[in-house]
Write a protein that binds this ligand. Structure first.
Ligand code: AMP
Length: 312
């Protein structure tokens, strides 16, 4: 079975949306990525860190999805990373209310021996030095995907540029792509990011879908219009998990197959937002995913003759 190594936060989140508020619940970039990529029945492992305040039930949830957790260090007497955020009415933008790094502040990741030869590596959101350290410990992965966010642009700019230089694909949201490059046009921003290292750039635009850039080529996938959106937290990570999960499963890293990976990523993210936190991802089945992929197909298929007939 092909192996995927995931690094990222395993966290407590407190979330406020126009529909309600949660106290400390399970969150973290690696958690969402893992719950998403686990749907592909590949060999997933998480490298992360938590404190001894982190409930065993949360770890059990990950193992119940066949995610290897021996790379999650538990620090006795330590406190787990905590993030809280509040969404605006449009649910497309949010304010971070608080980020407590806690045990993440002194994290030296150790990649389990069994995953040093992972085919692909997903560098989920956390300190770029931790992401770099993980890259130094793996043998020769076929593909490395990086996700990051504004917090690390504000707090670890130089280290972030170092890690961006070493990866094949970056997934980033539109606001962050603009912050990273100083370009308003996402096309210009993607070109600039390609100049920083990655061959492929995925720009996530929340409910407006995702764009995949590679040299002169651009592919766009809409997000599925949903009746209920409760909580967008983790949608970006769930997208990344679906994107890389598909690539690991198929072993094909061509641009053509990355287009499919974007569709899988968007499909998985569409479930994540339906309930608070990880709740929907916990009960998701392959049947649910298949049905939604069909909906996606129906949404995006159209018959229009553009050439050679002149219609206008
Ligand atoms: P997303 O909505 O996909 O951007 O991801 C939200 C998740 O990212 C939450 O579950 C948080 O725990 C986690 N998170 C928030 N801030 C950070 C940060 N600075 N570094 C790493 N993970 C973070």
């Amino acid at each position: 079975m092909s192996k995927l190594l995931i690094v990222g936060t395993v966290a407590f989140d407190a979330i406020e949306t126009p529909f309600g508020k949660t106290d400390k619940i399970l969150g973290g970039a690696a958690t969402y990525i893992g719950l998403s990529s686990a749907q592909f029945e590949i060999d997933n492992a998480i490298v992360s860190i938590v404190g001894d305040d982190f409930p065993q039930d949360h770890l059990n949830l990950l193992t119940s999805k066949n995610i290897a957790i021996e790379g999650i260090e538990i620090v006795q007497g330590g406190k787990t990373f905590f993030w809280s955020g509040k969404y605006h009415n449009d649910l497309n933008s949010r304010d971070t209310l608080e980020t407590q790094l806690n045990v993440l502040a002194d994290f030296n990741p150790v990649v389990p021996a069994a995953y040093k030869d992972a085919e692909m590596v997903m560098l989920g959101n956390l300190h770029p030095l931790v992401q770099l350290s993980v890259l130094e410990q793996v043998d020769n992965p076929k593909l490395v995907v990086l996700d990051t966010m504004n917090f690390w642009m504000d707090n670890a700019w130089d280290d972030l540029l170092k890690v961006i230089k070493k990866v094949d694909v970056i997934t980033i949201n539109d606001e962050e792509a603009r912050q990273l490059t100083g370009e308003h046009s996402l096309v210009k921003a993607a070109r600039k990011i390609e100049g920083m290292g990655p061959d492929y750039v995925v720009i996530k635009k929340g409910e407006h879908g995702a764009l995949l850039f590679h040299e002169e080529q651009i592919f766009f996938a809409p997000a599925l219009p949903l009746e209920e959106v409760f909580d967008p937290t983790g949608a970006g990570d769930t997208f990344a998990g679906g994107f890389i999960g598909h690539l690991v499963k198929t072993g094909d890293i061509s641009f053509e197959n990355m287009k499919n990976a974007v569709i899988y990523g968007s499909t998985l993210a569409s479930f994540c937002v339906e309930k608070f936190g990880t709740e929907r991802m916990e009960t998701l089945t392959r049947k649910d995913i298949q049905l939604r992929l069909r909906e996606f197909e129906n949404l995006t298929q159209f018959d229009i003759e553009l050439t050679p007939k002149k219609v206008l």
